[in-house]
Design a protein around this ligand. Structure first.
Ligand code: FES
Length: 111
């Protein structure tokens, strides 16, 4: 017979607020790789993209910096810098112009 008997269980959970969920719903997610290779080959310039997004699209786009997306290992450094859209579509040799054009296409397609 144990000396200590369980008296119950502790449940810990996190539920984001509705506001947090609403903020990320239906947004175009743009992840800029800021790993060393991508950063040195142009991602530093891409970090200004958030300020270049047309005002009417800003609430529809979420821009994030990411650590190495591990594409520089699978592909080659010639593809850097890489940007990922909506968690799956990869753009190689990304430039501000190319990323802005793709954002406009995606936002237009979502409307
Ligand atoms: S540094 Fe960008 S994919 Fe590795």
């Amino acid at each position: 017979m144990p000396d200590v008997e369980p008296i119950g269980a502790i449940m810990v959970y996190y539920s984001p607020s509705v506001t947090d969920q609403e903020k990320t719903m239906d947004k175009i997610k743009v992840e800029i790789c800021c790993g060393t290779a991508c950063y040195l080959l142009g991602a530093a310039n891409l970090m200004s993209i958030e300020d270049e997004i047309p005002a009417e699209f800003r609430d529809k786009v979420e821009v994030e910096a990411r650590t190495c997306l591990e594409l520089c290992e699978k592909e080659n450094l010639g593809g850097a810098p890489y940007v990922r859209f909506n968690g799956e579509e990869i753009m190689a040799q990304a430039t501000n112009e190319k990323v802005l054009a793709r954002i406009e296409e995606l936002v237009g397609g979502a409307a």
